[in-house]
Write a protein that binds this ligand. Structure first.
Ligand code: 1PR
Length: 535
């Protein structure tokens, strides 16, 4: 029996889907005895270190888990499942880990790096092991703010290290006990292969037991975080009642009165996964006026997509509290939970984030714990909350002409204005607000958002390239990862973007939907220019 240690703290649907796709069935650990009778145990830790350990203790799982691990029985920990094997974590001071491996889990320094460490990075294998055979040449998807530090005391456990500002432990293994910091279930074919090897019992070549000295430091080139290429699908119901992928020009998705129909959401998403997209984003673009939980087709899309796509999936649209036509009320956390249950790895918040930021500033620059951002980040982690920004340029003659953060622009306004500010909008650009983008993203970062998706109404669908002025301003304003969106027209626009601004990812829609530029062509161009990408 392959047992999944799901202690109910978050979303493990992706792990279930990946294991099902590999043809294995899983049993859930429900009682402490289930751990002891498991043939193979997978612990996909989610959430934060402290609550994870606390939950294991409350459920009576800690003792049997220690016993299982001490006996060296087949175990695969993922993310927090790796961190929990250490003695403790800076994330939750005073909370003891399982203590199987000496050492502490620490936080990345966000004064020099974007935190979380999010995206595709490599492995520096420290010795050979079947579990990660060939993995040194592949990249895997990481998302974490804390890392286990390699030192002399845990050296014999370390199977692989990865670099992000500094080296950290990305895989451990001794006998049949192994754990990885990355998410194999979200790492495409390379990740599925790691899971397959574990499930097939192929994982372990215990070199110490076989009398070999581990070949420490066999790979010494530092690894690099790849720039991510994200395919975005704007989804809505067309006038015939079909859920379609559409695409706007400056957010106008109609052509001769009809909603443009560029294909079926799941088919297109699967195509992008097969073609090498590092992430897929679905934006339910009319959810601001619908009831998202009544919009079952969208949830179905997500369920079907997550069964066949093994890279991160983000869903946005309608994440807010609402009351349906029957008078039943739902919280934003409730909406997000439904999206996570249906297979999302991250949710993106648009309109509601603007209203939250307005309230944040009206309060004098602090939250009150009740906003969608705070609630969702608390339960699912910061990395699960993306803020989707829909800004429009407002031109002014001088910075004094506006109370908002102005930039000098090389792209003058209609009357030759040399300055502009970026106005936040809600409801898909239909309503402008008295809030600028910097005010929005800084408030959201403080409230716990994990990533910013920067669209541009001016550039959307234009094929003129990304708005580098807007992106530079956002990059300088926050420490969390930034995704550039809107305006990509050719592979060179991606090179120009990454050369000019240190954003973590670039998102495009139209050029991929219309098959004008394949994802592979974008990656080839970036690779030729020396930008680190996932091949
Ligand atoms: O406000 O929380 O309900 O979320 C609604 C979401 O839907 C927001 O993330 C908002 O950006 C999005 N949205 C709303 N209306 C539209 C529209 O187009 N009419 N789409 C819309 C935004 C922008 C990008 C697009 C890029 C790249 N689409 O997602 O994919 O601009 O396009 P390109 O490469 O073709 O230039 P809420």
């Amino acid at each position: 029996m392959i047992a999944l240690l799901d202690y109910g703290a978050g979303n493990v649907r992706s792990v279930r889907n990946a294991i099902a796709a590999l043809g294995y069935s899983l049993a859930d650990v429900r009682t402490p005895e289930d751990i002891l009778t498991a043939e193979r145990l997978i612990f996909p830790g989610v959430g934060a270190f402290g609550p994870a350990m606390q939950r294991l203790r409350e459920l009576g799982f800690e003792g049997p888990l220690r016993e299982y691990l001490r006996a060296g029985r087949p175990f695969l920990g993922i993310c927090i499942g790796l961190q929990s094997l250490f003695e403790g974590s800076e994330e939750s001071p005073g909370v003891a880990g399982l203590g199987l491996i000496p050492g502490l889990v620490k936080r990345f320094d966000n004064s020099v790096l974007s935190v979380p460490h999010m995206g595709w990075n490599g492995l520096r294998l420290q010795r050979e092991c079947e579990l990660l055979e060939d993995a040194g040449a592949r990249r895997f998807y990481f998302v974490h703010s804390y890392f286990a530090e390699p030192d002399a005391s845990n050296r014999d456990w370390v199977l692989a290290e990865t670099d992000y500002g500094r080296p950290f432990i990305s895989a451990v293994q001794r006998g049949e006990v192994a754990a990885v910091q990355f998410h194999p279930e979200k790492s495409g074919a390379a990740g599925l292969e790691v899971l397959r090897r574990f499930l097939a019992g192929q994982c372990i070549l215990d070199q110490a037991a076989a009398g070999h000295e581990p070949a420490v430091g066999s790979q010494s080139e530092p690894t690099a975080l790849a720039k991510r290429i994200i395919a975005c699908l704007d989804v809505r119901t067309n006038d015939h009642g079909d859920l379609v992928v559409t695409k706007g020009d400056q957010y106008d998705v109609r052509e001769q009165g009809e909603v443009r129909n560029l294909g079926k959401p799941v088919d297109l998403a699967k195509r992008y996964y097969d073609e090498g997209a590092d992430e897929i984003t679905f934006l339910n673009i009319t959810a601001f006026r619908d009831f998202p939980l009544v919009d079952q087709p969208m949830l179905k899309v997500l369920r079907r997509a997550s069964e066949q796509i093994f890279v991160p999936l983000t869903i946005g649209g309608g994440i807010r509290a609402f009351t349906d036509q029957n008078g039943q009320t739902y919280s934003a956390l409730g909406v997000a939970t439904e999206y996570f249950r249906s297979g999302a790895d991250k949710v993106s918040i648009g309109s509601e984030a603007v209203l939250i930021a307005e309230a944040f500033h009206a309060r004098g620059g602090h939250g009150d714990g009740s906003s969608a951002i705070e609630q969702i980040a608390r339960v699912y982690g910061n990395q699960a909350v993306v803020i989707s920004v829909d800004p429009r340029r407002v031109y002014v003659e001088s910075p004094e002409a506006s109370s908002h953060h102005c930039i000098q622009t090389l792209e003058p306004g209609p009357n030759g204005e040399g300055y502009c500010w970026f106005q936040c909008t809600i409801k898909g650009g239909r309503e402008g607000r008295d809030l600028d983008v910097l005010q929005l993203v800084q408030a959201c970062e403080q409230l716990g958002a994990g990533e910013i998706l920067v669209n541009s109404i001016d550039r959307d669908g234009s094929g003129r390239g990304f708005d580098l002025e807007l992106l530079k301003m956002v990059r300088a304003g926050v420490r969390i990862p930034v995704i550039a969106s809107s305006g990509a027209g050719c592979p060179e626009h991606f090179t120009a973007l990454f050369a000019a601004v240190d954003v973590e990812a670039a998102l495009a829609a139209g050029i991929f939907h219309r098959r004008e530029v394949p994802i592979a062509a974008v990656k080839r161009e970036l690779s030729d220019r020396g930008v680190s990408i996932r091949a």
